[in-house]
Ligand binder design. Structure first.
Ligand SMILES: NC(=O)C1=CN([C@@H]2O[C@H](COP(=O)(O)OP(=O)(O)OC[C@H]3O[C@@H](n4cnc5c(N)ncnc54)[C@H](OP(=O)(O)O)[C@@H]3O)[C@@H](O)[C@H]2O)C=CC1
Ligand SMILES: [Mg+2]
Length: 344
């Protein structure tokens, strides 16, 4: 395995000094912003950065003895040596895209080397390029969002090579945070679609649905893309009415999540209520295979089930894994039920 050198990109490499009273977080954010604005500073940072390699949008992972996976960042010089060995060259590294900065001030980039031979790369790197959809759920919580962001940005670059107005090529800035039409035309920024995801409750039970593409037995909160002109609340009301024929009230926002599959979405997580007297579900089978009310007991049992792939025989109900916002909403609901049962 290639050694990852403990070289850090020092914040002092940035040209403008930061105000001394800035917190570490503010310093990191401002340094990242500077890298997006200044191609020269960014090119210098890249030389000392950690780079996460992808092959056709699948990240390089290493498996551990305990069956978990870890992302494997490499340093610029390591990748340059491998590229040269496999018939590519240093120019390829200029396509790296900025994805973040660790708490240890290590700047992080990603790079897709999909045109090189996968087997030869995996041998040289002592890792495996894993479909992110599978890897996502076995990665550590700190790594999954970073790789999701990296894949989303790499996919965006792959699909935004031409200006939609003129048909001419677009070029990225050094950080890969934007692309500009040739001749200084339109500036394109990475895009994502807003999606609502809502956990509907009738006060005692919660409503989950399943799509035919879900693994057997898996149910999740209801979700749907926002339409132009809608508020968050309007999308929640429309999606619930469309998919299960119910009218919701008391919509409250919980939290959000970037979701890379199948293309970038900003998942906006909500809770909502229906009146117990009007809780008869009427599923639109063009959208969902099934939707059902689940009791507190069924949900708490399902939350105990560990690992999508460690199953021997399937339990009656699978919930989305911990990285997914659906799991967070269901856990919040269960916690609320537990508190209100204690209070009764
Ligand atoms: N992180 C999490 O916990 C969860 C995430 N999700 C994600 O939420 C997203 C939306 O859920 P889903 O129930 O499928 O959504 P919808 O209920 O809105 O149905 C999806 C369909 O809507 C159409 N559609 C409308 N607008 C768009 C758009 N902007 N982009 C793509 N398709 C659009 C497409 O139909 P057509 O193809 O016919 O044009 C698509 O197949 C999915 O990407 C899913 O992966 C879902 C559940 C849990
Ligand atoms: Mg839906």
């Amino acid at each position: 395995m290639m050694m990852v050198h403990p070289v850090k990109f020092l914040l002092s490499a940035a040209k403008r000094p930061l105000t001394r009273c800035c917190s570490a977080f503010v310093s990191r954010i401002r340094s990242l912003n500077r890298l997006k604005e200044d191609d020269d500073v960014c090119a210098e940072a890249l030389q000392h950065a950690q780079i996460f390699l992808f092959h056709r949008l699948s990240p390089l992972l290493q498996s551990s003895e305990r069956g978990t996976f870890r992302a494997v960042p490499l340093m610029y010089s390591d990748i340059r040596a491998i590229l040269e060995r496999l018939g590519s060259d240093e120019a390829k590294l200029k396509e790296s895209v900025l994805i973040g900065c660790s708490e240890q001030n290590q700047v992080q980039f990603c790079l897709d080397v999909g045109e090189l031979d996968q087997v030869a790369l995996e041998e040289a790197l002592d890792g495996t390029f894993v479909d992110l959809k599978k890897g996502f759920f076995v990665l550590r919580r700190s790594e999954a969002p970073l790789l999701a962001k990296a894949q989303a940005l790499l996919r965006w670059h792959l699909t935004t090579g031409f200006c939609s107005a003129t048909g001419r090529p677009t070029c990225p800035n050094q950080a890969g945070s934007q692309r500009v039409g040739s001749g200084g035309g339109t500036i394109y920024y990475p895009q994502m679609s807003p999606v609502v995801i809502v956990l509907v409750s009738d006060g005692k039970r919660c409503l989950l649905g399943r799509q035919p593409s879900f693994p057997p037995g898996m149910y999740s909160a209801l979700a749907g893309f926002c339409e132009l002109g809608e508020s968050l609340e309007e999308t929640v009301s429309r999606e619930v009415a469309e998919e299960v024929g119910l009218e919701v009230h008391n919509i409250s926002y919980s939290s959000s999540q970037h979701w890379p599959f199948p293309r970038s979405s900003l998942m906006l997580g909500c809770h909502a209520l229906v009146s117990p007297a009007h809780s008869q579900v009427n599923v639109d089978h063009t959208e969902l295979e099934d939707a059902r009310w689940f009791t507190f007991h069924e949900i708490t049992s399902a939350l105990q089930v560990k690992g999508l792939w460690s199953r021997g025989h399937a339990p009656p109900l699978w919930l989305p894994p911990k990285h997914a916002i659906a799991n967070r909403l269901i856990t919040e609901w269960a916690e609320l039920q537990r508190c209100s049962q204690k209070a009764d």
